[in-house]
Design a protein around this ligand. Structure first.
Ligand code: ARG
Length: 395
């Protein structure tokens, strides 16, 4: 009986090597490749298609960009999606990529999944969680993890099997890209004290070469998500792409952090996330205007928990739904305009307005007539009462 394996396929060396391996070493006669477009360069999609054709697989390219924005990026905006200073991007794309592989596996009646993740990274957790949650009985094969292959071995194997290698031979950086972020790893970049060379950045101008005059923009939010740029209503995907371009031109979006991976490894990571570095601070600024002090403090904790779950790829965890119930309720007031100034690598909020603002000009102003300052006298006297009492009783 014919056996079918569904391979999550990027067109890169690792996943290409998996194709002949699935046939020769794992006994599958039918290999189905799935490439999910979450904002990849068009050339990469084309290359994956061509390679798949050459290697004789049944290939599917799925344009999931709109879904990625609406169902993954937008929830991340509402939660100010961050993990240790990283506007989570690779992590939120993986569950969607895996979901699409599941959909294809159901369609072609696949017998197993295959992916190219190694045993050191986070992606194995994210991809396999979704596969197991949605198709619990499907075996999952991860050849890179099983055999811990070296790059040299892979290149030799690829040459033997007639897999085109292209620029893979002298590729120094390991790059992962989607609409919300670009991650650059590998080579010397793994050393925490190695300054990132300019060549790793493709989306953001070097702030030194960015325009000498600031760019000011206005983002309009409705229910916690951006709906218009400079007063012009836009489709969500177009809006993210436009902000990406403006931010990148102004050198906004470079991130260099130490990251604690799911497995516990501490690694150095470089990212470019221009759109996220503008939209999230804008969203947060609006929340700060419309939420009470208690809501702001609690939302920070909720956001942090949400960010951790999303980082770990636990997309269908009930705790995530619980957190989102709170997040979404708050978002009904996160409506209004935020003005930002982008200038040579920095992005600063310079104004915010909302019909739900918990701000009253007269109350806050220094020469307020409605706020009778003498009323504060009594309240001030009781402030810190227990702390003052503590000083009198302690030895
Ligand atoms: N460390 C990041 C994450 O787990 C990005 C990993 C992306 N992979 C890469 N080959 N650059 O979300």
């Amino acid at each position: 009986m014919s056996k079918t394996v569904v391979l999550v396929y990027s067109g890169g060396l690792d996943t290409s090597v998996c194709i002949p391996m699935m046939r020769e070493d794992y006994g599958f006669d039918h290999v189905v490749t799935v490439t999910v477009d979450v904002g990849l360069p068009a050339a990469e999609i084309k290359q994956a298609e061509e390679k798949a054709k050459m290697l004789g697989t049944e290939h599917y390219t799925i344009d999931a960009r709109q879904e990625f924005v609406d169902e993954y990026i937008f929830p991340a905006i509402k939660a100010n999606g961050d993990y240790q200073g990283y506007p989570i991007s690779t992590s939120i794309a993986r569950p969607l990529i895996s979901l699409k592989a599941v959909e294809i596996a159901k369609k072609v009646k696949g017998d197993a999944f295959c992916h190219g993740c190694t045993g050191k990274g986070n992606d194995q957790f994210r991809i396999e969680f979704v596969m197991r949650a949605l198709m619990p009985d499907m075996p999952i094969i991860a050849p890179m993890r099983e055999h811990t292959m070296t790059r040299t071995w892979e290149i030799e194997y690829a040459e033997k099997k007639g897999i085109p290698i292209g620029q893979s031979k002298d590729k120094i950086w390991s790059i992962d890209e989607n609409l919300w972020g670009r991650s650059i790893e590998g080579g010397h970049l793994e050393e925490p004290d190695y300054a990132p060379p300019e060549e790793i950045f493709h989306w953001t101008k070097n702030p030194v070469d960015a325009p000498n005059t600031p760019t000011e923009i206005t983002l309009t939010f409705d229910n916690g998500v951006p709906v218009a740029l400079n007063g012009q209503k836009m489709n969500s995907l177009d809006l993210v792409l436009k902000v990406h371009e403006i931010a990148g031109t102004n050198g906004v979006g470079r991130v260099d952090i130490m990251e604690d991976r799911i497995i516990g490894l501490k690694v150095r990571e470089n990212y470019e996330c221009p759109a996220a570095r503008v939209i999230i601070p804008a969203h947060k600024a609006l929340e700060d205007l419309v939420c009470t002090a208690e809501e702001r403090a609690f939302k920070m904790l909720v956001d942090q928990q949400w960010g951790k779950l999303a980082y770990e790829g636990l997309w269908y965890d009930p705790f995530k739904d619980d957190l989102e119930a709170f997040i979404n309720r708050i978002q009904t007031r996160v409506t209004g305009d935020v003005k930002l100034r982008l200038f040579k690598g920095s992005c600063t909020v310079i104004g915010r307005a909302s019909k739900y603002a918990l701000y009253n000009e007269d109350l806050a102003s220094f020469d307020s007539k409605t706020f009778d300052q003498s009323e504060a006298v009594g309240i001030v006297k009781t402030h810190g009462m227990q702390a003052r009492m503590y000083r009198t009783v302690k030895d």
